[in-house]
Design a protein around this ligand. Structure first.
Ligand code: GDP
Length: 328
């Protein structure tokens, strides 16, 4: 595969499964020049353990340990804990494999000693041999809640227990207003060598908006003044996986890549749109790059990451973009 190593730092905003696929390709190309800012709005406490589902998906995917058959969790998993818990009549709606469980137990122990989630995540990433810098969006707890046809649901109750069945009315990020971006996140966004910011094809409403809700992250992105490029999670009017398209319907947003560009608005300079949606190649105020954006194999991930980086590089030298940035 013909991919060139970059000079300078690239930041990617990332949720779980969909985002981690592109993050894998970005890491292949950029190695330690990649910083991932990962959603923690899905984090919750379960069975006394602190669980960070998107961070763990990123750690497992970037280290090649993700369970590709299940589409979540880690490979070579066993389920003794879950089976024993079920036998005891315990709560089993959120499945925790034995190996996965060890990660949550160790994270919980270290958080209780006062260590930050950023520090714990970075030591897990080092343990897994991950070259990229993996940063939680904040060390302060922020909880995504879904106002729905079944009332206000904590995120995992909506997503896992109710399998996204309730109709979404609005989405809120509890405690975001009083949260702070970590010093690691702010220093990555303020890095004078920063070349580009990529928004992975994660769910904009549930995975990227929580990151943007952290006070200081939006303004640091604007101040960075580097090209920001998103990859659309919508292909042919559908999400590849998960409830993005269903939520768009429920929020009255058209299921199109154009609507994704409009959702991010002036924050992004460009959107990568799937080749099958060539009719969406003109979006006012947003440059578009058509690419085969379905990532089935590792080669797909690396190729799409390469094309996305190349698009960002082109935008960096575009006079049109410079004029647009002046207006922000
Ligand atoms: P979650 O937190 O595990 O739900 O994962 P994310 O929010 O990171 O990603 C979910 C989104 O990824 C969905 O909207 C999918 O449409 C999108 N997605 C998953 N796989 C692909 C893919 O191969 N290509 C593109 N373009 N989007 C994808």
């Amino acid at each position: 595969m013909n991919v060139s190593r970059s000079n300078g730092r690239v930041i990617a905003l990332c949720g779980g499964v969909g985002g981690a696929k592109l993050a894998y390709g970005l890491q292949y190309i950029l190695g330690s020049d990649l910083t991932l800012i990962v959603n923690t709005g899905d984090d919750f406490e379960h069975l006394g353990l602190k669980i960070s589902p998107d961070i763990d998906t990123v750690l497992y995917t970037l280290s090649g340990l993700a369970n590709r058959e299940l589409g979540w969790g880690r490979q070579d998993e066993s389920w003794n804990f879950m089976e024993t818990l079920a036998g005891l009549g315990g709560e089993t709606w959120f499945r925790l494999g034995d190996r996965d469980l060890a990660l949550h137990a160790e994270r919980t122990r270290r958080l209780r000693t006062g260590e930050t989630l950023s520090s714990i995540t970075s030591s897990f990433a080092a343990h897994f041999g991950i070259a990229a810098q993996v940063l939680p969006m904040s060390d302060d707890p922020i909880s995504t809640v879904v106002a729905s046809s079944e009332g206000v649901l904590p995120f995992q109750r909506y997503f896992v227990e109710r399998r996204c069945a309730p109709q979404v009315e609005s989405i809120h990020f509890e405690r975001a207003a009083s949260a702070r971006a970590s010093s690691e996140v702010l220093s990555a966004l303020g890095d004078p060598d920063l070349q580009a910011i990529i928004v992975c094809p994660s769910n904009p409403f549930l995975s990227i908006d929580p990151i943007l809700s952290v006070p200081g992250i939006g303004s640091a992105i604007r101040a960075a003044s580097v090209p920001m490029v998103a990859v659309s999670p919508i292909i042919g009017g559908k999400a590849v996986k998960g409830p993005t398209d269903k939520i768009m319907d429920e929020l009255g947003v058209p299921r199109t890549s154009k609507a994704i560009a409009e959702h991010y608005g002036a924050l992004i300079d460009g959107l990568v749109v799937d080749v099958s949606d060539a009719d969406e190649c003109e979006i006012a105020g947003c440059a578009v790059r058509l690419a085969a954006s379905l990532m089935k194999t590792d080669d797909d991930r690396i190729r799409l990451a390469g094309e996305t980086l190349e698009f960002a590089r082109q935008l960096a030298s575009s006079p049109q973009r410079a004029a647009q940035r002046q207006k922000l």
